[in-house]
Each structure stands twice: as structure tokens, then as C-alpha cells.
Design a protein around this ligand. Structure first.
Ligand SMILES: [Zn+2]
Length: 220
């Protein structure tokens, strides 16, 4: 059994695709996490000098806590991982399948600010195919974590390689980081492109075919 994680000729900014979670990451229930985060967000706003008895602010700590646990960081919980059901490739379609412009909403783990962009995912079937919406769900699941874009790209590729049983998977993500666009150097136009090419996508012609399909005219 080949280990697709060990693409020895690949050089990554960070080759470790695992989200740094502690072993006790799920020892608290979601409700316990929400209560703990609520109290901490309240403390942050209080420290900033905000009046939390104000009608507009009263519900904010609880709202933020629920949003963290249930929504924007909901993809930390392995129970939420999309079932990677595949089916037989009856048509014997051996060409490249590209799903482009998948919306990415993630959160930069260095600043806890949004990453907004598009993912373009491709694979060449080795006999199994996956529902198209499943590819969107896999992107969304890994996006809903504190992330760095390089790791997100790798996690999507490795999950699809596992589900499809083939190394021939590629992903390109083009995204804006609000930590770059809205603060620091405030460059509103710049976006960041990351890519991971597995198996046959390392071959120049195959890689070019994929990049020609997506053309990187990403709009978001
Ligand atoms: Zn950042």
C-alpha cells in the first residue's frame, strides 16, 4: 500500500498537513466549549473598555462563541468530516475531472481573520469517482478550522487521495487574507496562490492541462 503522504520529491513550505490539535481537543462538549469561549470573549471586550450591558453588545460573547464552535471552526471535529462515499466509474472516464471555483471561507490561524477565495480541485479516476458536491464539502470541512493556506491545500489533496484511492489529485487555492488586506500593509488587491500536485499531476503536460482549465482568472 503506497503512502500518498510521502511524496518525496515535493518541497513544501510546511509538509506537515496535520492541524496542531492537542490530544484532549474533544474532552469538552460543544456546549462546554461555548460557555468557556463566551466568558473569554466577554473578558476581551471588557478589557477593551466596551460596555457589555449595552443592548447591541449584550449578545456578542455568546454569539461569537457559538459561531466559533458550530460554524467557522466546526471542521476541527472529526465527526463532521464528510463521508467520502465513492462509486464505480461505469463510463470508464479516464480523463481529468476538474471542479473549479469552489468557494473557500476559512480563518487565518495567525490573526483569526478571514481567508476568502476559491479552490480548484482535479483528479484522474483510477476506477472510483466521487460526487461533485462531495468535493465542495471536503473543501469546506478543512476550511472550517484555524488554517494556513498551504496546509488547507494539502489536507484537501490528501483526503481526496485517500477517498479516491489514487495519488492523481491536484488542488490550487487562490485566496485573499484579510490580515493582509485590511491591516498591516493593507494591500486590498493581493491574493495568495497555493498548489499541490499529486501523482500524474507532477507531469508537465497533465499539470498544464489542469492549469489551462482553471486559467486562474479567479474572482471573489
Ligand atoms: Zn494572518
Amino acid at each position: 500500500m503506497m503512502n500518498y503522504n510521502e511524496a518525496e520529491d515535493d518541497v513544501h513550505f510546511s509538509s506537515n498537513a496535520t492541524t496542531p490539535l492537542r490530544p484532549d481537543a474533544f474532552s469538552l462538549t460543544d456546549d462546554q466549549k461555548i460557555e468557556s469561549i463566551r466568558a473569554n470573549v466577554e473578558q476581551i471586550l471588557h478589557t477593551l473598555g466596551m460596555d457589555l450591558t449595552d443592548d447591541s453588545l449584550k449578545g456578542t460573547p455568546n454569539r461569537v462563541a457559538k459561531m466559533f464552535v458550530k460554524e467557522i471552526f466546526g471542521g476541527l471535529n472529526p465527526d463532521k468530516k464528510p463521508k467520502g462515499s465513492t462509486f464505480d466509474n461505469h463510463y470508464k472516464y479516464g480523463e481529468m475531472l476538474v471542479e473549479k471555483n469552489i468557494t473557500v471561507y476559512s480563518t487565518c490561524e495567525h490573526h483569526l481573520l478571514p481567508i476568502v477565495g476559491r479552490a480548484h480541485v482535479a483528479y484522474i479516476s483510477s476506477g472510483r469517482v466521487i460526487g461533485l458536491s462531495k468535493m465542495n464539502r471536503i473543501v469546506d470541512y478543512f476550511a472550517k478550522r484555524p488554517q494556513v493556506q498551504e496546509r488547507l491545500t494539502l489536507q484537501i489533496v490528501q483526503e481526496l487521495q485517500r477517498v479516491l484511492g489514487t495519488p492523481d489529485v491536484a488542488c490550487v487555492i487562490d485566496a485573499k487574507h484579510l490580515c493582509v488586506n485590511s491591516r498591516g500593509i493593507r494591500d486590498i488587491e493581493s491574493s495568495t496562490v497555493t498548489s499541490e500536485f499529486g501523482g500524474k499531476f507532477k507531469e508537465a503536460a497533465i499539470r498544464k492541462e489542469f492549469l489551462d482549465y482553471i486559467k486562474l482568472d479567479t474572482t471573489f
